[in-house]
Write a protein that binds this ligand. Structure first.
Ligand SMILES: [Zn+2]
Length: 415
C-alpha cells in the first residue's frame, strides 16, 4: 500500500486531462472543439449543470486547448505535455484566472477583472477568466460586466459556470453561448467506474458498481468519491451487500416485503420493516428512492416494456417483482408512483425526514389498496337495487347537510 501522503483522491487523480477523457458530454465537447478548430472564438461561454458534473473541468480543458501551441489540428485536443498545458493543469498560469463568485459577489471584484482584462496575456494567446457559480454575483456586479460581455477584448475568453441558470439575468444569458452539461447516464457511469476499479486493482461486482453509479446521480465526481470510499472497506471482492451498508440502502428482501405491505395496506408491517431497515443503517430518502425504483420496475414488467436499468435489483428480487406486477393494474402502479414521488419530495424537504417517511408509508397503506377509478366506474355501471338505495340515501343526506349549512351560515354558498 502507498504511504498516505502519496495516495491522491480519485477525483483528482482521474480528473480528465483531455476531451476524450470526459464521459457523457459529447455534444458540449463537440461544440467546444469545433469552435477551437474553426477559430470561432469570442462569445462568453456559460456552462450549466448540477454540481460535480464537470463544468470547471471542462472550462480548464478548454482554456488549455485554446492556448496550447502544439494543439492537435484534427481533434482540437491540447498536447498535455508543453509548459503551458502543465502550468494551466496545475492551476498556476497567470493568464488563466479562476474566481469563485460565491465568495466574491461584489462589484469591486468584477471591476478588478474588467480592468485587468484590458492588458494582453503574459504568455498565452488568450487570457481566460473562469467564473464559477456566476449566479451568485450581485446585481451591480452583473451590470458592470454587461458592456464587456457585449464586446470582449479579442484576447479574452470568459467562461462562466453555474448550477442555477434561472438566477443568471436574461441580459447576461443573451450575451453568452450556453452549453448544458447533462447528468451522466448510470450505465455509462458504471462502465467508467469498472475501468477505474481495474486500474486501482479493486475487485467489485458489476451489480455493486451499478449501485454506486446510481447513487452518484449522474455526477462523475460523486461516483469517484463513492468508489474511493468503497476501496477503504478493505474487502477482497466488494459485493452488493457492502454497497448497501456503504450507501445506507435497504436490503432487498426487506424492500420487497415493504412493497407487499404497502400493497396490502398492512400499516404496522410497513412501519416495522422501515424501522428495521433504519436500524441497520438505511436512510429514509434512499429507501423511498428504492421504492420508486421497485414501482417503476413492476410497471415495466406489467407493460412488458424493457427495463431501463437491468441491474438495479438481483435476479431473485426481479422475479418476485415480476410476479407481484402480474396481479396489479397499471392505474394502481401509477397511483403508488405518485404517492411515493410526492412522499420523496416531502422527505427531502422535511426537518425530520425519518418521521416524514413513516407518514408516507401510513398514507400509502391507506390509499394504495383502494380500487382505482376505472374499476369503480365499471362496478358503478352495473346498477343493483342496493346501489340505487345507497345512492338515494347519500343524496338525501347531502341535501340535508346543505340545508343545515345555509341555516347556520346564511351568506355561505354550500359547495
Ligand atoms: Zn500543450
Amino acid at each position: 500500500m502507498l504511504p498516505l501522503s502519496s495516495r491522491r483522491a480519485f477525483a483528482l487523480k482521474y480528473r480528465p486531462r483531455f476531451f476524450s477523457d470526459l464521459i457523457g458530454q459529447d455534444l458540449a465537447v463537440r461544440i467546444l472543439t469545433n469552435s477551437i478548430l474553426q477559430k470561432m472564438l469570442g462569445p462568453p461561454l456559460l456552462l450549466t449543470g448540477t454540481r460535480g458534473i464537470g463544468k470547471t473541468t471542462l472550462a480548464r480543458l478548454f482554456a488549455r486547448a485554446l492556448n496550447c501551441p502544439s494543439q492537435d489540428k484534427n481533434s482540437g485536443e491540447p498536447c498535455g505535455t508543453c509548459a503551458l498545458c502543465q502550468e494551466i493543469l496545475e492551476d498556476r498560469h497567470l493568464d488563466v484566472i479562476e474566481m469563485d463568485a460565491a465568495s466574491h459577489t461584489g462589484v469591486e471584484e468584477i471591476r478588478g477583472i474588467l480592468e485587468a482584462c484590458q492588458y494582453k496575456p503574459v504568455a498565452c494567446l488568450y487570457k481566460v477568466y473562469i467564473i464559477d457559480e456566476v449566479h451568485m454575483l450581485s446585481k451591480s456586479a452583473f451590470n458592470a460586466l454587461l458592456k464587456t460581455l457585449e464586446e470582449p477584448p479579442l484576447h479574452v475568453q470568459f467562461i462562466f459556470a453555474t448550477t442555477e441558470i434561472d438566477r443568471v439575468p436574461e441580459t447576461v444569458l443573451s450575451r453568452c453561448l450556453r452549453l448544458d452539461l447533462r447528468p451522466v447516464d448510470t450505465e455509462l457511469l458504471a462502465q467508467y467506474l469498472a475501468g477505474i476499479a481495474q486500474k486501482e486493482n479493486l475487485k467489485i461486482a458489476p451489480a455493486a458498481l451499478m449501485l454506486l453509479a446510481r447513487a452518484a446521480h449522474g455526477s462523475v465526481r460523486d461516483a469517484l468519491s463513492l468508489l474511493e470510499c468503497a476501496s477503504y472497506l478493505g474487502r477482497d471482492t466488494l459485493n452488493v451487500q457492502d454497497m448497501h451498508a456503504l450507501l445506507g440502502l435497504s436490503d432487498e428482501t426487506r424492500l420487497e416485503a415493504l412493497v407487499v405491505a404497502c400493497l396490502q395496506g398492512d400499516c404496522p408491517a410497513a412501519l416495522r420493516l422501515f424501522r428495521e431497515m433504519r436500524a441497520v443503517g438505511a436512510v429514509a430518502r434512499e429507501v423511498l428512492e428504492e421504492m420508486l425504483n421497485a414501482i417503476h420496475t413492476m410497471t415495466c414488467f406489467r407493460l412488458k416494456t424493457p427495463l431501463i436499468e437491468e441491474m438495479l435489483f438481483s435476479e431473485t428480487v426481479l422475479v418476485r417483482l415480476k410476479t407481484l406486477a402480474e396481479d396489479l393494474s397499471v392505474p394502481t402502479l401509477a397511483r403508488l408512483w405518485s404517492l411515493f414521488s410526492k412522499g420523496f419530495d416531502e422527505v427531502v424537504a422535511s426537518p425530520c425526514p425519518e418521521l416524514s417517511a413513516e407518514m408516507v408509508f401510513v398514507r400509502t397503506c391507506y390509499t394504495a389498496p383502494l380500487p382505482d377509478l376505472h374499476t369503480l366506474l365499471q362496478n358503478e355501471s352495473e346498477a343493483t337495487p342496493e346501489k340505487e338505495e345507497r345512492l338515494q340515501q347519500q343524496q338525501t343526506s347531502e341535501s340535508l347537510l346543505s340545508q343545515h349549512i345555509t341555516t347556520l351560515f346564511p351568506g355561505a354558498a354550500p359547495g
